[in-house]
Design a protein around this ligand. Structure first.
Ligand code: GTP
Ligand code: SPV
Ligand code: MN
Length: 629
């Protein structure tokens, strides 16, 4: 049916509604949608309700079109595989921008002649031209505009926020329904008292198609652009259907827009997992951990402890919103998401059985292999899928398990509802969040960095986070094994000037007591053999055990130039066999001297005058301590 909507400019626009009750939407939502119907010019508007029937209808259409393959293997229930255009497989950091009037609201003052790496800025004028004038007009021509009302965090919770995503891609509809809480009751809440974040997404391929899409995945990779306007609480994304570029509730809203809101409102939006661990005596601890993309958050969040008597529970695997709770006097965390968009390769019944188990129903796999018996394969599943099994690889080519070819894309993902996870915490949907006892930073550091250390105090901990580095991963367009800075595991996700972000972190501790901060490294390699020194995965509980005992004040740490490290034999390695703890815990002076010089250069070049003096002081002090090794 058709409706007429009065726009802000006074025009009465005719809109075709395919599904849903237009008149039930609050006026501000109708005007928002109307504005983009006028710009994007879709065939019709489809108001999503998030129901199962709707998902089935959308999925059936995609199966018919050849984009989704239902997994026919009886191990899977209502699961699908999807292959993307090989040009659209990861976030595109180079085309992701923050848009503010003043450049330095978005990015720090870099030193002269230095290219900033901590976010990209675009002026409002350029953004308007590039997006609203050159790209978006008519970009939904011949397509349906899906309208998705969603909540990040439990609906109506004090720490939660609403969003409305417009998209012309039904794969996004299905994925948003897993990753966020899509519910028509949000319309009412928006009308009454709450604002919403505006999320506008188009794949940028109007009909008729200029050429046949590759893998039935239409996209416009040459023209990708992802813009964030914190002031308007708006995200505009063009050209890509992939994960962080298209599921706008995730990185765009829950990190970039939310981190800016968090600064203004006195809380934190971080790239962190949230989990609880309960020791054999029955005491439970909640921790948050910030590791860069593809560095082990999902794996740690779903840990299967290899120490008797310990229990782990998952609250979230990628994003945490943290706010001080007056009632408990502690920092509380919610997981704003409702699903896992996890890295597939490396996930196995040995490394992460809970993740694998969570993928058995209502899951969408993207860019993994399809076995001839209608199941899935990726690198890491060699023990469950025998060599010689015929598979179609992520690009649709025929091959065999064990033939040496790459079967799943390194950034292939599963998209599964969080409720599928057997160890999801009872409180994972608690609107008040869970009380956090410790914050952990970590990255892939093949050299020099010990298995675990504790920050000396809050300021030192913020400095440790600011200095975070990791080997490049496949989650974005970076290639190779180079060690990259990834401050706070947020380098691609800051919503504002990183210097101001550090200021905000430092100030948090002045207002309220904050959790203790630690740093871990599961990825140190033997200098001689190149093999990992630490078994990782389920054995990481041994490190968490040490951290919990530190929280209890046990005398198991000693001072070192880089922080407090475990006293000899204070990490429980019983039953592990031969572990070179000496190498694993060593702090080579030459390495750290160079590392600190490099970090100083980086912070001075990249953050310049925006670097808080507390962080400069930490740099000076740590350099002095290292000099005295
Ligand atoms: P994003 O979703 O991109 O933010 O990634 P993530 O931080 O959740 O990473 P994830 O847990 O999916 O791990 C990525 C890769 O690291 C997988 O291939 C894992 O197998 C591997 N990994 C995770 N934990 C460990 C560990 O303790 N040791 C080793 N050696 N590898 C690990
Ligand atoms: C990451 O890259 O950190 C992810 C995947 O969690 S994406 O949603 O694509 O950002
Ligand atoms: Mn992530």
């Amino acid at each position: 049916y058709d409706v007429y909507q009065t726009l802000d400019d006074g025009e009465d626009l005719r809109i075709s509604v395919m599904k849903g009750e237009w008149n039930e939407l609050p006026d501000r939502a109708r005007r928002f949608i109307g504005k983009y119907v006028k710009l994007l010019n879709p065939l019709a508007v489809y108001l999503c309700d998030g129901s199962e029937d709707e998902a089935t209808e959308v999925a059936d259409k995609l199966v018919e079109r050849g984009l989704l393959f239902p997994l026919t293997n009886p191990k899977f229930e209502n699961c699908y595989l999807c292959r993307t255009d090989p040009a659209d497989v990861a976030r595109v950091e180079g085309k992701t921008f923050l848009v503010t009037n003043d450049r330095y609201d978005s990015v720090p003052h870099t030193a002269e002649d230095v290219v900033g790496e901590l976010g990209r800025w675009m002026s409002t004028e350029t953004a308007t031209k590039e997006m609203l004038r050159d790209r978006m007009p008519n970009s939904m021509k011949g397509r349906v505009m899906y309208v998705i009302p969603f909540s990040m965090g439990p609906i109506g919770g004090p720490m939660s926020k609403f969003g409305i995503q417009l998209t012309d891609y039904n794969y996004v509809v299905l994925s948003m329904r897993i990753m966020t809480r899509v519910d028509p009751c949000i319309w009412k809440k928006i009308s009454k008292d709450s604002d919403f974040v505006q999320c506008i997404h188009t794949i940028g391929v109007p009909r008729p198609l200029p050429k046949k899409p590759i893998s039935h995945w239409p996209c416009n990779p040459e023209r990708v652009l992802v813009l964030h306007e914190p002031k308007h609480k708006r995200v505009l994304s063009y050209g890509s259907g992939y994960g962080g570029n298209s599921l706008l509730g995730k990185k765009c809203f829950a990190l970039r827009i939310a981190s800016t809101l968090a600064r203004d409102e006195g809380w934190l939006a971080e790239h962190m997992l949230i989990m609880s661990i309960t020791n054999p005596a029955g005491k439970e601890y909640f921790i948050c951990a910030a590791f860069p993309s593809a560095c082990g958050k999902t794996n740690l969040a779903m840990l299967c402890p290899n120490l008797p008597g310990w229990k782990a529970r998952c609250v979230g695997d990628d994003i945490a919103w943290l706010k001080f709770n007056e009632k408990t006097g502690k920092l509380h965390a919610i997981n704003p998401e409702a699903g896992f968009f996890g890295v597939a390769p490396g996930t196995s019944s040995k490394t992460n059985p809970h993740a694998l188990d969570a993928c058995m129903k209502n899951t969408i796999f993207t860019n993994v292999g399809l076995t001839e018996d209608g199941g899935i394969f990726w690198e890491g599943l060699e023990d469950e899928i025998p060599a010689g099994t015929k598979v179609t690889n992520w690009m649709g080519e025929h091959c065999q398990v064990g033939d040496g070819s790459r079967i799943a894309h390194p950034n292939s993902r599963f998209c599964a509802p969080a409720e599928n996870c057997k160890i999801i915490h009872d409180k994972w949907q608690d609107p008040e969040g869970v009380p956090i006892d410790a914050i952990i930073f970590g990255g892939r550091r093949p050299r020099g960095v010990p298995l675990v250390f504790e920050a000396r105090d809050w300021d030192h901990g913020v400095f440790v986070g600011a200095s975070l580095k990791s080997e490049a991963t496949a989650a974005a367009e970076h290639t190779g094994k180079k060690i990259m800075h990834d401050p706070m595991a947020m380098r691609p996700f800051f919503g504002y000037n990183f210097g101001q972000y550090l200021r905000h972190w430092l100030d948090m501790n002045k207002k309220h007591p904050m959790p203790r901060i630690f740093h871990v490294n599961w990825f140190r390699k033997d200098i001689n053999t190149g093999k990992f020194l630490w078994p990782g995965f389920g054995d990481n509980i041994r490190v968490l055990d040490w951290i919990c005992r530190r929280l209890e004040g046990e005398d198991i740490a000693e001072s070192s130039p880089i922080g407090l490290i475990p006293k000899p034999n204070s990490i429980d390695t019983s039953g592990l066999g031969d572990i070179d703890m000496e190498q694993l815990m060593s702090i080579p002076k030459d390495y750290w001297k160079e590392d600190m010089e490099e970090t100083r250069m980086y912070l001075e070049n990249q953050v310049g005058i925006d670097l808080p003096r507390e962080i400069r002081k930490q740099l000076d002090q740590q350099e002095d301590r290292i000099e005295n090794i």
